[in-house]
Design a binder for this molecule. Structure first.
Ligand code: PMP
Length: 364
């Protein structure tokens, strides 16, 4: 009889990747290839482990709630005022904070389908109505439909570029088209979680949006190319100080823990490790995409550390078959996309395992 918040009670579940413990239990194997959560197969920079080991942080003290040192380091790296940056417990906390800061019940939000689950879940949690623009038949952004939806003046537009789960990134002219459609009163949130994996020459949303004159937030994370998914650090780069202030007010106060702040600063300082790792992932992405295409799977044009492909049947059956062989991937569950599977680019041996398992299943 307890009245619950109806917006929260009705939320669709977040489709998180399977845990390694569960995968071991279900497959009976120890050597699990973890290709479901877009983590970095190379791990993280050794400088991160060294910084954690040598730091004198004191777990009994609360960490800096403003992440002052991390935001200063980011401000310097990105040549922006640290006052425009809000650090989060993963960029997912920033998606929640932006939604809390901007949305009221009945507000409208535009995103894509298929989409990163939280771009829909967090607005729904605030009682917003979410309009989802489908990918084109050739697995690209439907720019015309997005332009129309954006021009209808939603309160927020959430777009990931490069796009989770489909893979492509907006090129310069496509990004400009979408920016041009944004009206005053709409916040464009460009989620660049996979920015570092894009091919050289891809637009840098922070630079492009800086001079756009529109209200915007660019999201970045340490979870992917920097390999710190388990520590939870992401950040929002906001177009204005007042927007940043209100997003910061909407986060939890001590959101980024002390170890995570130290690790993120060390990771940022070792840009060389991250770039080398992203380069290895790009090379493996090209190789794995060609192998899947050779098996007649239709593969999204990926600028990320994963591949999204049409397996022409129920992808959860294929995922269950792969799990038996100790490979975790993500079967897509959004309505109309249940025949798509998303597989993270792993180490070459993991990718070989995935390709060999799929070859065997296709041959059967
Ligand atoms: N945005 C996108 C597009 C993502 O794919 C993810 C993670 N899968 C996130 C945000 C959240 O990442 P994190 O909270 O680890 O920074």
């Amino acid at each position: 009889s307890l009245p619950l918040n109806p917006h929260i009670a009705a939320l669709p579940p977040y489709n998180a990747g399977m845990s390694i413990a569960m995968a071991r239990a279900l497959s009976g194997r120890q050597d699990i290839a973890r290709l479901a959560s877009n983590e970095n197969p190379d791990g993280c920079s050794p400088a991160v482990m060294a910084a954690l080991a040598s730091s004198s942080f004191e777990p009994w003290h609360y960490a800096d709630p403003a992440c002052t040192a991390l935001r200063a380091a980011l401000g310097e790296r990105l040549a922006i005022d640290p006052g425009l940056i809000v650090a989060g417990n993963g960029s997912e906390e920033m998606i929640a904070a932006i939604s809390r800061a901007v949305l009221v019940p009945g507000a409208s939000v535009v995103t894509t389908v298929p989409s990163f689950g939280l771009h829909e879940i967090e607005p729904l949690a605030m009682g917003a109505d979410v309009v989802k623009i489908a990918m084109t038949p050739d697995m690209g952004f439907d720019l015309a439909a997005l332009e129309t939806a954006i021009a209808a003046e939603p309160r927020i537009v959430f777009i990931s570029s490069p796009w989770n789960p489909v893979g492509p990134g907006l090129d310069h002219s496509s990004l400009q088209r979408l920016i041009g459609a944004v009206q005053p009163g709409t916040l464009l949130v460009l989620d660049e979680a996979y920015f570092e994996f894009a091919d050289p020459g891809a637009p840098d949303g922070i630079e492009v949006l800086r001079d756009s004159g529109i209200d915007h937030v660019v999201l970045r994370t340490f979870s992917k190319a920097y390999g710190l998914a388990g520590l939870r650090v992401g950040y929002a780069v906001c177009s204005g100080l007042e927007l940043a202030r209100v997003i910061a007010a909407a986060k939890t106060p001590f959101n980024v823990n002390a170890a995570a702040q130290i690790a993120a600063i060390a990771a940022l300082a070792d840009e060389g490790w991250m770039k080398a790792s992203a380069g290895r992932v790009r090379a493996e992405r090209v190789r794995a995409a060609a192998a899947l295409a050779a098996l007649s799977f239709r593969v999204g044009p990926s600028q990320t550390n994963f591949l999204f492909f049409d397996c022409k049947g129920d992808s959860s059956r294929l995922a269950a078959g792969l799990l038996k062989q100790g490979i975790i991937v993500k079967a897509w569950r959004e309505a109309g996309y249940e025949h798509y599977l998303r597989a993270t680019i792993g180490l070459p041996a993991d990718n070989d395992r995935l390709i060999a398992a799929l070859q065997e299943m296709v041959a059967r």
